[in-house]
Write a protein that binds this ligand. Sequence first.
Ligand SMILES: Nc1ncnc2c1ncn2[C@@H]1O[C@H](COP(=O)(O)OP(=O)(O)OP(=O)(O)O)[C@@H](O)[C@H]1O
Ligand code: SF4
Ligand SMILES: [Mg+2]
Length: 345
Amino acid sequence: MAKQESWPLLEAENLSVTFPAGGGWGRARRVVHAVNQVSLAISPGETLGLVGESGSGKSTLGRALLQLERPASGEVRFDGMRITHGLRSDVARLRQQTAMIFQDPFSSLNPRQTIGESIAEVLRVHRKVPTENIAGRVDELLTLVGLSPMQAASKPGQLSGGQCQRAGIARALAIEPRLIVADECVAALDVSIQGQIINLLMSLREKMGLAILFIAHDLAIVRHLCDRVAVMYLGRIVEQGPSETVFSHPRHPYTAALVAAIPEIDPDKPLPAQPLGGEPPSPIAIPAGCAFHPRCPYAQAQCCTGAPPQTRHVADHSWTCVLAHAGEETVFPLTGGVLNEAQAR
Ligand SMILES: Nc1ncnc2c1ncn2[C@@H]1O[C@H](COP(=O)(O)OP(=O)(O)OP(=O)(O)O)[C@@H](O)[C@H]1O
Ligand code: SF4
Ligand SMILES: [Mg+2]
């Protein structure tokens, strides 16, 4: 894993993003709570995985962190500078030091431009190298991501999905970012190509000290790649901590259900989680109390009303659930959802 500095490169504090939803009038206007009071931090050189079911708000959070989505409230700081409601120059600095890689490698590149032109455009706009050095830098970037400089003359349609994703990564690297948000960047690729792209990201992280926010559905990949992981449910982060700790000792029943569903989990160490049933509720009408309570086999009366549960912290591991845990062992009540009083606080 990459060596990490201790201060955060990017921090979010109580960040919320809403979208107007159809229907309702005046005060009753309905709102999609896509990101709800999220706090997180990413250190230089660190890879943070962001996981959760479809619609949990991962992409919206990634975009809001890069100021590609306007937050309704809360704060984002990049390199100690307040970006939200901050100076335009700070936002410009954020743009010059961050990049995004998307799921569909074809749609992130202009089909009419060659790969070389696409990368050269970024170098020109961000004035990264003198004009006479642009062609040489394009070759260097293509080589860095495992493409041949000859491929600078190809258009996206002439390349495979994996080659296009490498070209997308080269384009993202052209600005020499300190942070990349990779949104499902391997989900559309064949498994063998996925491995190649993951290895590429890992080597770039080592070589360039890149911080990466790695958004993914695939927990096996996140476990392999990420230093830390944050688990999102209905716009909130319900658990975050070092990957190994979260994957081996999940504290939130939602995380436990996701982890138990990873196919290659050690069969000798079954996790005490029930399979996750049903669908998440709508982010327009988020349940009171713990938003996970309608699906939680361990829900009790106190989970169903009032404010969300308090977030508990043990070292750098935090989770938002009323269940108590004994030391290192995760203590999920295994009585089919009937809670043992001694296990709740
Ligand atoms: N521009 C928008 N207008 C209205 N609602 C939106 C908009 N963008 C996202 N949403 C809603 O916000 C919620 C979070 O969406 P988001 O795309 O961030 O989830 P996600 O976790 O990235 O999902 P997926 O895993 O499917 O990519 C969803 O309910 C989605 O429908
Ligand atoms: S707070 Fe209650 S409903 Fe929410 S995850 Fe914990 S036990 Fe389940
Ligand atoms: Mg998404």
